[in-house]
Design a protein around this ligand. Sequence first.
Ligand SMILES: C[S@@+](CC[C@H](N)C(=O)[O-])C[C@H]1O[C@@H](n2cnc3c(N)ncnc32)[C@H](O)[C@@H]1O
Length: 404
Amino acid sequence: MTTETGAGEVRAQQLRDQLADQLAASGGVTTPGWRQAVRRVPRHEFLPRFYAWQDTDGGPTAWVPVTRESVGEEAWLTRVYENTTWTTQLDGSDASWEREGPQFGSPTSSSTLPGLLVMMLEHLDVADGDKLLIVGTGTGYSTALASERLGSNRVVSVDVDPLLADRARARLHRVGYSATVIAGDGLAGHEPGAPYDRVIAFCSPTSIPSAWLAQARPGAVVVTTLTGALGGYGLVKLTVDEAGGATGQVLPQAASFMLARSQTNPSPIRLRDRMGPSHGAPRSARITPRLLDDNAFRFTAQLAVPDVMRFTVIDDGTTYTHFAHRHDGSWARLQQKGDGWLVEQGGARALWTELEAIHDSWTEAGSPQPAAYAISAGADGSQRIWAGGTELGFTGTSAARDVG
Ligand SMILES: C[S@@+](CC[C@H](N)C(=O)[O-])C[C@H]1O[C@@H](n2cnc3c(N)ncnc32)[C@H](O)[C@@H]1O
């Protein structure tokens, strides 16, 4: 659906057709319904302005504004219809758009890579008449795709940012979709729209929110990424059961999204004042923190300790790899010494000792990749993981508090 006519719209339709063909050729879209949605939804109506990523030779990413006015209609449209994620908001506000030139900041909203959106939407296995809950409206583009496929009256979409929700609702209306768009914490779902047949999230929680399960029908499908404070990712698909829990698996495809805003990491500087007392002199670490550079172990570790984050600290000229719990004051800091590492820990828990034990369990299970994991989520918010039929007995739940 679209409101524009004229040369710009003809060109936009060409570019949409190309995008749909490209996704079909690469296997990114396999069903006629979603392919038709890509052909019909005018992504340019949802992306009047966005930021292009620019490398700064080792420095922080610079975000270069792109609008029809700044680069001309053809360049703007061409970029809009690339199979690319376009960042639309930095640091949770519009302030960067009031400044000129390249910007620096952390992305807090975007229009997701179309190939990723459609791959996730296809995993929902929708049927006509299904009612869908979308968590993370962003620009509204994915809500438009779903409205095109299922009908606007079958789609409820929630974004935590009221400004983004209002903007997405207005854009959807402008191009003819009337999906329900709500401002609120999508981890709580949207009870008035329940029950849902399908739930999908375009931001990442640390575990499956119990509200999604409570608001879904038995047999409903949930597709989301799971993440944690360490930043590992897994894409999961679960089916809701009669008891209000859900079972499923981690999918083989790679996908990552920004953390759900209520679960984002605080700045390390804010944790400094709550560090608990040291447990004593450093000891030799049994494992290297570099193991956490690999998503398989990082994802697995954060299922157990979803609130533990990692950052680098330079203290008196010494570089430390620092781990800290987002809420309880526990910490561990590691310093490389020759081929090994020394670790000092503090606070209520011994975080590094916990991570060493998690690594032992994971290697005993054969160091499985996340795609080997079966996952179950309880109606009470609990979460369990199996690899090859053996339960990995260390799943933790996050304290969903915003301290950032
Ligand atoms: C990657 S963007 C979604 C993009 C969207 N798929 C699109 O096509 O435009 C993620 C969005 O999730 C939203 N978000 C973050 N935490 C949320 C939460 N707890 N509940 C609802 N939305 C949330 C952010 O404000 C952001 O707009």
